[in-house]
Design a protein around this ligand. Structure first.
Ligand code: ADP
Length: 318
């Protein structure tokens, strides 16, 4: 009996020792793997940072000569170097269009690189939203008229003052209005601005998945009042399968790029606009139906004291 107990104990001890050794090896392997993962992720971060720095530097370096090209073409067109002959007018115009397009692209890449690197600054000011939107809309008037479209503004008479960055806000609205004009062949573009409670904003489609991920107290992530600025067009529309894709960098929807081939886009405008909206503590959402039109909604948080009562739907048409 005795020897059998010894054998059993010995087997158990050896078994335990083997198990322990196996566990140790596993643990060592895990540590090794997690170190390797850490190294890879640091490397990824570093190469991503390098890519962004490279993009930012190249765009910055390209801007100076491009500004000079655009400046000299302007002078040529104005006749500062003598009148252009009729044969020269068209090519000089083409240089101007292409140089402006390139400059716009370079500016967009620079903005994007800064945003990805978290280096785009926000300079908030107190803004009176009504005159602000009127001003942006009047800037777009000539584009709208060129295409024989109608631009209509629907704004509450007592819209609140908000704290936001006017440059970024303008850029978002100009992008949205520019797209509405680009992708609409006939009909009306409406800019509708409303003040909503958080509950109504949620019901109206305020996307919460990004806002929820922000590391802020609830009162700042989800303030009680929201300003919704909608750009509504009667254009070619976007199919729901592409709703996500259009907000991604360099993405263009096939039918749209065919229909607007004359006004080449970059596929960056919406991705920049959404990043900017988020930088301002808000969001950008889309609903659309092919053939019927699109509605892009810019959601802006209205913090405490700035909110007032908004009267909805007192139209101002332009
Ligand atoms: P682009 O410079 O190509 O306009 P954007 O990022 O602004 O780039 O838009 C991405 C794509 O989303 C466009 O190429 C187009 O397919 C689609 N799109 C944007 N706005 C509209 C709109 N108002 N109506 C229809 N399609 C649109």
């Amino acid at each position: 009996m005795q020897p059998l107990v010894y054998v059993i104990v010995a087997v158990i001890v050896v078994g335990l020792a083997l198990l322990l050794q196996h566990e140790r090896r596993q643990a060592a392997r895990l540590v090794e793997r997690s170190l390797e993962l850490e190294r890879l992720s640091a490397e990824l971060l570093r190469s991503n940072r390098m890519k962004n720095d490279f993009l930012a530097n190249v765009s910055h370096e390209l801007r100076t000569p491009l500004n000079s090209i655009v400046g000299f073409v302007d002078l040529l067109r104005e006749g500062v170097y003598g009148d252009l002959s009729p044969r020269q007018v068209k090519p000089v115009e083409r240089i101007e269009v292409s140089a402006n397009h390139l400059r716009h692209l370079v500016d967009q890449i620079l903005d994007l690189a800064k945003m990805v690197a978290g280096r785009l600054e926000v300079h908030n000011e107190t803004l009176d939203i009504r005159p602000f939107i009127l001003d942006v809309a009047s800037e777009m008037e000539s584009l709208v008229n060129e295409k024989n479209l109608i631009l209509s503004l629907v704004m509450g008479s007592a819209l609140p003052r908000i704290r936001s960055d006017p440059t970024h806000l303008r850029q978002i609205l100009v992008n949205l209005l520019g797209n509405a004009v680009k992708y609409t062949h006939s009909g009306t573009i409406v800019v509708k601005t409303r003040l909503l409670s958080l509950e109504s904003a949620r019901k109206d489609g305020l996307p919460v998945y990004y806002l929820e991920s922000r590391d802020l107290p609830d009162s700042e992530r989800f303030p009680h009042s929201w300003l919704s600025v909608q750009v509504i067009d009667t254009g070619i529309g976007i199919s729901s399968a592409d709703f996500q894709r259009v907000f991604e960098e360099f993405e263009q929807v096939e039918s749209a790029s065919r229909s607007a081939r004359s006004s080449r886009g970059t596929g960056l405008g919406l991705s920049i606009s959404r990043r900017l909206a988020r930088l301002l503590g808000g969001e950008l959402s889309l609903i659309s139906e092919p053939g019927k039109g699109s509605t892009f909604t810019l959601w802006l948080p209205v913090m405490g004291a700035e909110s007032g009562s908004a009267t909805e739907n007192s139209p101002h048409s332009g």
